[in-house]
Design a protein around this ligand. Structure first.
Ligand code: ADP
Length: 313
C-alpha cells in the first residue's frame, strides 16, 4: 500500500482546439508540499481545477488517494480542501458562522461540526476572531479563514492558489508556517509567483510553461541547479582569461562586474585549491572566492524561456 495522495496522469485540457494543459503527469505523497510555478497563462489554474474536480479534463485522469475523480467524484472531492485564488468568503458572516457553513458544505457530520470549527480555528490562529465579521478582518486574517475552510473536513489533500498574495511579511511568515504544518501530515499543492517561497515551503517543485511541465523534481535538485558549477573570484592583480584557463578543471572564464572573474568548472571537479595555489604562485592577490549562485528567478526564466510572439493584428 503506497501513500500516494495525488496521481495526475496525462492530463490535457483543450479550449477551442488549443491545449491549455498538455499531457501533465505527476504524483504526490502524504507529508509532501508541492509548489506549482509558472508564468501567467501557463495552465496552473486549469490544472488545479482539474485536480479538484471543478473542470473535466479533455484527456487523462486524476486519482485522489486511489479514488478516480471522474468515476467517483463525490468520494474523491471529499478528500480535497481547496482555496481558489478568489477566496470563497461570505463577508457578512462571522468567522464561526462562516466556518459552520463551510463544514456543512464539506459534509462534516452534524455532531462533529462544532469540534471541526474549533480545530480549524485553532490551527489557523483564529480562535480570538470567532465572533468578528469577516469583512472587518485584515487581509491576512481573511486568508486564514480561507485556509480554515479548506482544512475544516481534515482533507488528505489541500490545494491553495496563491495563498500569500497581498499579505504583509508577518502574515506571510505565519501562513507559510501553517502550510508547512499541514504539509507535514497531509499533502499540499500550492501555486505561487513568489519564488523564494518555494524554497522555504516546498519539498517538490513543478514548473509549467505553455501547458507543459518543464521541470518536475525535488527542491534539492532546483537548489543544486542554482548553485551550479560557477565561482566568482576577486584578484587584486587579475590574470587574463587564458592564464586562468590553464588551471585544471576550469572550462570557462570571463570578467564579471567589479573586476571579479567568473569561472565555470566541469561536473565533479573541485578546482578551488588549484585556483588558490595558482594565485599564490603568480601573485594575483586573491581576496575572494565564492560560489556564484544563479538566482531562482534566472533559473525560472531559463526553464520558461519564451520568444516574444508578435501581437496578433
Ligand atoms: P495560469 O493559471 O497559469 O495563469 P490558466 O490555467 O488560467 O493559466 O490558463 C491557461 C491558458 O488557458 C491560457 O492561455 C488561458 O487564456 C486559457 N484559458 C483559461 N481558461 C479559459 C476558458 N475558460 N476559455 C478559454 N481559454 C481559457
Amino acid at each position: 500500500m503506497t501513500n500516494l495522495t495525488v496521481e495526475a496522469s496525462e492530463l490535457t485540457r483543450l479550449y477551442g482546439g488549443r491545449e491549455a494543459v498538455s499531457n501533465v503527469s505527476f504524483e504526490l505523497k502524504q507529508g509532501e508540499v508541492l509548489g506549482f510555478l509558472g508564468p501567467n497563462g501557463a495552465g496552473k489554474s486549469t490544472t488545479m481545477k482539474m485536480l479538484t474536480g471543478n473542470l473535466a479534463p479533455s484527456a487523462g485522469s486524476v486519482r485522489i488517494c486511489g479514488i478516480d475523480m471522474i468515476e467517483n467524484p463525490k468520494e474523491a472531492k471529499a478528500l480535497i480542501g481547496y482555496l481558489p485564488e478568489m477566496r470563497p468568503l461570505y463577508k457578512e458572516f462571522t468567522v464561526d458562522e462562516y466556518l459552520t457553513i463551510a463544514a456543512r458544505l464539506h459534509r462534516v457530520a452534524g455532531k462533529n461540526i462544532k469540534k471541526a470549527v474549533e480545530t480549524a480555528k485553532e490551527r489557523c490562529g483564529l480562535t480570538h476572531m470567532s465572533k468578528r465579521l469577516i469583512e472587518n478582518l485584515s487581509n491576512g486574517y481573511q486568508q486564514r479563514v480561507g485556509i480554515a475552510q479548506a482544512i475544516i473536513h481534515n482533507p488528505m489533500v489541500v490545494i491553495l492558489d496563491e495563498p500569500t498574495v497581498g499579505l504583509d511579511p508577518i502574515q506571510i511568515r505565519d501562513i507559510r508556517a501553517l502550510i508547512r504544518e499541514i504539509g507535514g501530515e497531509r499533502s499540499v499543492i500550492l501555486s505561487t509567483h513568489i519564488l523564494p517561497e518555494v524554497e522555504m515551503v516546498c519539498d517538490h517543485v513543478q514548473i509549467i510553461d505553455k501547458g507543459k511541465l518543464v521541470f518536475n523534481g525535488g527542491i534539492d535538485v532546483l537548489k543544486r541547479q542554482r548553485i551550479g558549477n560557477k565561482l566568482l573570484i576577486g584578484f587584486n592583480q587579475a590574470p587574463t582569461v587564458a592564464e586562468l584557463l590553464k588551471i585544471k578543471g576550469l572550462t570557462e572564464a570571463e570578467v564579471a562586474d567589479n573586476n571579479m572573474m567568473r569561472v565555470r568548472f566541469a561536473e565533479g571537479v573541485a578546482p578551488h585549491e588549484a585556483i588558490v595555489q595558482a594565485a599564490v604562485k603568480n601573485k594575483w592577490g586573491l581576496y575572494q572566492i565564492a560560489p556564484d549562485q544563479t538566482s531562482l528567478e534566472d533559473v525560472f526564466v531559463q526553464l520558461t524561456y519564451q520568444e516574444i510572439e508578435p501581437e496578433a493584428s
